[in-house]
Design a binder for this molecule. Sequence first.
Ligand code: HEM
Length: 162
Amino acid sequence: MIVPLLLLSLQVAPPADEQPVAPYVQSDANAGATPFKGDGMWRAFHQQAGVDRIVDGLVARNIVDPRISDIFKGQDLVRLRRVLKEQFCYILGGGCRYTGRAMRPAHADMGVQHADLAALVENLQAAMREEHVGFAAQNRFLAKLAPMDRDIVKIRGPRPKE
Ligand code: HEM
């Protein structure tokens, strides 16, 4: 009994080029959405290479976007890109495991407003457009992400211990 509990609470050490984060329990449930069934969405996003380009394009846009760039200053962008790629792959049915934090603790005390989320969604749309993801697939993905707003926008208080 003790051994599985210990395994559950242990984290894999972060890759050498990432900053450590406070301990948390890893779970695919942290991704904040269930995966699409089948491989249709994964193919529509051009599989791992497409998702990698979209996440890189999204982060590149966010950090130069004057509406939201301040929120990304000083953050570990190496980790952000890695876990975002896992999250997108997991949700799109690409079969990845998500090793990042849940959306609520990850965005706690950042003061993200609805307008910030709208700006990020615009940047994601631009990145998906650049990858030539079909419009219907773009919208299905955005609809999966939409309910996460309650865990991202204006979350106050200390990060819960997980
Ligand atoms: C549906 C929309 C969003 C999704 C799916 C999302 C996803 C994520 C993920 C997976 C992480 C990494 C968690 C980890 O490090 O374990 C993260 C962190 C972060 N997100 Fe978001 N996010 C969203 C919206 C936003 C918005 C609107 C902003 C600000 C404009 C934002 C700013 C950040 C920042 C700065 C971090 C780094 C936090 C840190 O390292 O402590 N996110 N997000």
